[in-house]
Ligand binder design. Structure first.
Ligand code: EPZ
Length: 428
């Protein structure tokens, strides 16, 4: 297992270029199953969740060509099975989009229940509610979902009980080749939702209203091949902006869509950062005192839950008392115990965490509990005095491309080391 060794306690300074959005890529790749032709997808992030998806499609007979580090060509016309390999599917959350893709392509899907970050219950009942509304019969059997339509899915009104990124993505994918029109309401409005709709429309789908509370999908006969470039990753950019705010210093974050970052930069300015926006980059400087702030995570355009752990590191160091309310997931505070090891003063009560700011954190052995909590621990180590060793960094590498190299470009003292396997004593 790999670890990061970080010597913190000094300001960051440098430039970093943001990669393609993880949560767009892991929806666009399965959606390519619906395309009757070759999809050229650009700005694909080189992260392990994307590699897992490409492995699934290669094993199922798709023709995948890696043109360069961030460009792939996918031809899924050779895929015949509606049963993706269970062992890979159960390793990440986004694999649930295979249900919508298989239903849309074959009218049937048998997909292992998804895995992914553990922040309590993460059901897919809303996904199933939508598939059922579109005429699929859905059953759970042996840790897998079996969904089957009588021929093609039928367009219908999908009234969801809550705003769900995954359900919105999955139902959009399932509806594009359905007979008739589907309406998803209330729909999630994240930038990656709009990116999926734009990808599908570029391949000939007929989707309206992505980015609003109501998405309408008129079913079409087929999708043709084409080229699409994935948007920059809002959360990756937010993570580097928050790292500079926590550790101090300044940086230029390149290849971003500033509009997508407003929910994040607004809070960083409250904490004492100075932000300058350009067309496709953002400059940040934090040299003064870190100020307290209160955060409530919400679906977009609210403060993103995927930025909550990273913001928590800043609040642990901010003067005064700050409060975070996690408005999306049941339990996304596993990182708090790791921060307390470093000297933070935080109390968690259900969805609320109260931060009493301390002047500094002390480096020590810590671990990544999940993807974004792991990124938060790296930020804490960069801000802390002394050396930290962050364990279980595989969580982080699911969603951050060349994380160590990019942080090094920002002036961080960080090294990635592989854990040597235990040496077995030779018994002569
Ligand atoms: C997506 O997860 C993201 N994952 C998450 O990012 C992100 O935190 C989350 O959206 C919220 O933005 C991917 O895109 C692969 P939801 P998802 O459905 O789809 C409940 C990261 O760090 N719910 O919007 O699982 C659910 O339990 C990852 O990149 C149901 O009750 O999130 C949660 O409380 C972590 N039933 C809330 O809705 C359902 O059928 C929002 O979940 C679906 C969701």
């Amino acid at each position: 297992m790999a670890k990061y060794i970080i010597n913190g306690g000094r300001p960051l300074s440098g430039e970093v270029t943001i990669s393609g959005a993880k949560n767009a890529a892991v929806a666009i790749i399965p959606a390519a199953l619906l395309v009757d032709g070759v999809c050229r997808i650009e700005n694909v992030p080189a992260i392990s969740d994307v590699n897992l998806y490409l492995k699934i499609f290669e094993q199922m007979g798709a023709n995948i060509r890696r043109i360069d580090r961030s460009t792939i060509e996918m031809d899924c016309r050779g895929v015949r099975s509606h049963r993706p390999p269970f062992d890979i599917v159960s390793r990440f959350r986004a694999s649930s989009y295979l249900i919508g893709a298989m239903l849309g392509r074959f009218g049937e899907a048998e997909v292992a229940l998804p895995g992914g970050c553990d922040f309590g219950q993460r059901p897919i009942d809303q996904h199933i509610k939508g598939f059922t509304a579109m005429g699929a019969k859905v059953e759970f059997s042996g840790a897998a979902v079996h969904a089957k339509a009588d021929g093609k899915l039928k367009g219908n009104y999908c009234r969801l009980d809550l705003v769900s990124v995954g359900a919105t993505m999955n139902l959009m994918i399932a509806a594009v080749l359905a007979e008739g029109t589907t309406v998803i309401e209330p729909a999630a409005k994240e930038p990656h939702i709009v990116d999926l709709a734009n990808f599908l429309n570029a391949m000939g789908a007929d989707i309206w209203g992505a980015g609003t509370d109501t998405i309408k999908i008129r079913g079409v006969e087929r999708l043709h091949g084409g080229t699409y470039s994935i948007i920059p990753d809002q959360i990756e950019a937010g993570t580097y902006l928050t790292a500079v705010t926590a550790a101090g210093g300044e940086a230029l974050i390149k290849n971003v869509i500033p509009k997508h970052l407003e929910c994040i930069t607004g809070k960083l300015i409250e904490m004492g950062a100075e932000i300058t926006e350009y067309d496709d980059s953002v400059h940040i400087r934090r040299t003064g005192t870190l100020r307290k702030a209160n955060i409530k995570t919400m679906p977009y355009p609210g403060y993103p839950t995927d930025m909550q752990p990273q913001a928590g590191v800043c609040l642990a160091l901010a003067e005064g008392t700050s409060i975070i309310t996690e408005g999306v997931f049941d339990n996304r505070y596993k990182y708090v115990n790791e921060l307390i090891k470093m000297g933070a003063q935080i109390q968690v009560d259900g969805k609320v965490a109260i931060f009493e700011g301390v002047p500094s954190l002390k480096g020590c052995p810590i671990k990544a509990c999940d993807l974004r909590a792991g990124a938060a621990m790296v930020i804490a180590a960069l801000a802390a005095e002394g050396q930290s060793v962050v364990d279980d960094v595989f969580h982080i590498e699911r969603g951050y491309e060349t994380f160590v190299e990019k942080l090094t470009d920002l002036g961080a003292d960080i090294k990635r080391v592989e854990d040597m396997p235990p040496v077995r004593a030779k018994i002569s």
